[in-house]
Design a binder for this molecule. Sequence first.
Ligand SMILES: Nc1ncnc2c1ncn2[C@@H]1O[C@H](COP(=O)(O)OP(=O)(O)OP(=O)(O)O)[C@@H](O)[C@H]1O
Ligand SMILES: [Mg+2]
Length: 479
Amino acid sequence: MTRRDTLEDETGKKLPAMTVFSLSIEYLRKEIVDTLSNQIVDIFNVSEIGWVLTVPAIWNDAAKQFMREAAQQAGIPGKNLRLCLEPEAASIFCRHLPVSKNTKQEVESISQFSSGTKYLVLDAGGGTVDMTVHEVTDNGNLKELYKASGGALGGTKVDEAFEAFLSSIVGPVVISEFKSQHLEDYIFIFREFESKKRKPVPPTGFVTIRLSTYLFKLCKKFRKNDLKDLLPQSGYESKVKVLPDKLRLDSDIFNEFFEPTVREINSYVDNLLTESSVDGCAAILMVGGFSESSVLQKYVKSTFKHLQVIVPNEADLAVLKGAVIFGHKPTTITERICKYTYGYETTHTYSDSCNHPKGRVEKDENGDLRCYDIFITLVKAGQSVKVDEEQPKKICTPITDDQTAIGFNVYASTSTNPQFTTEDGCSLIGQLRVPISDTSSGRNHEFGISFICGGTEIVVKVVDKESGEMMLKSVDFLG
Ligand SMILES: Nc1ncnc2c1ncn2[C@@H]1O[C@H](COP(=O)(O)OP(=O)(O)OP(=O)(O)O)[C@@H](O)[C@H]1O
Ligand SMILES: [Mg+2]
């Protein structure tokens, strides 16, 4: 992901993604400020707002930085902005829910889970399934037990399955003409589908979906047939009926739209539960809009019978409301698991005791032999890090006497013990620049560098060993 990435609209027109995101955030920012201004006229000062922007926990550092920059372009001051990881927000929200009982009179809330209880948060949204496993700590806060995992799927995959079904009947040409000539009607059909998707799917019987007359006309024009006469070729003849302005689908066809997505979400959960660090997980907390789906709920409950499955009342708002609580008390999450091994690239002068392969040794501009591409590990994948914990300090010095800055190439690796930045699984993810304002000590000028990786964003603490000056720096992940 870079600052220059573009997005396409339905018709293929491009705009910079940064413009789309920052304008969307700006719209929301203005709405919020207007609403607040109307409600609390006198005591309200915009600069006092602490803004929280939520992002999926599975996003990488570049995507998080992208959102931060988009928010700043939208007029939210960086110092007042905090990013919050969505399943964490949902988990925090659910810890604040009142205790409730289900039909079997079992307590159905995580708010009174005692310390040591482990539970999995499944945030199933439109385009992302985002999971994290939390353990309640002694003081009632939460710590992450396994790195955030999940993938790009959710409720919109069900919409895609419906579109593929329509296309298998009328043909891709009709669908694409319909989209380009009658976009409003196309959107209408999907709204209609959305309302049916949100209702419990009947185990037997059928589901009716209203279509647009243009779709019928386009079938005539491009397929030289009535829509109902196209049905036999699609193989759906026995399961689907074409009415004058509607399609009537057997409920098992409707269920099939959910089937692959729901199965895949289940296997994500299943895989996560096999990790040893989440052994003894007691419950699954289902949040996000797609968690409201009766099909998904039924599937999760029947697969994980040994676990308590909790769906809070406002599953689709859990992230939003939890983010507000997080904004007031960001230290609720005390520990997180590092997704990657982070480090930087360095070189050092060659010595006989150095066991680096000869191929990495070259002469530098001072005539000294140096080893290149060395991966200096700052924090390891899978390691648990406390929110403000500084990783062990590394000392760095300039390579030449007149250097006015030290640049670091920051790398991430999926391995826990990478030796060289050129290994498989290592990639350059960002740059860090430490300015040297006083070059009088040349190559002897030492800087202490320590990474702080436990927050929602990585921060680097740099200490100038000569002046004693301390700086907090961000890595530039966007390039
Ligand atoms: N009752 C329901 N039954 C089935 N699906 C539902 C229901 N309510 C919402 N959805 C689906 O949930 C999805 C939206 O969920 P949500 O609002 O959590 O997504 P999001 O947070 O915007 O997206 P993401 O988390 O992927 O970035 C949509 O695909 C919508 O169709
Ligand atoms: Mg979401």
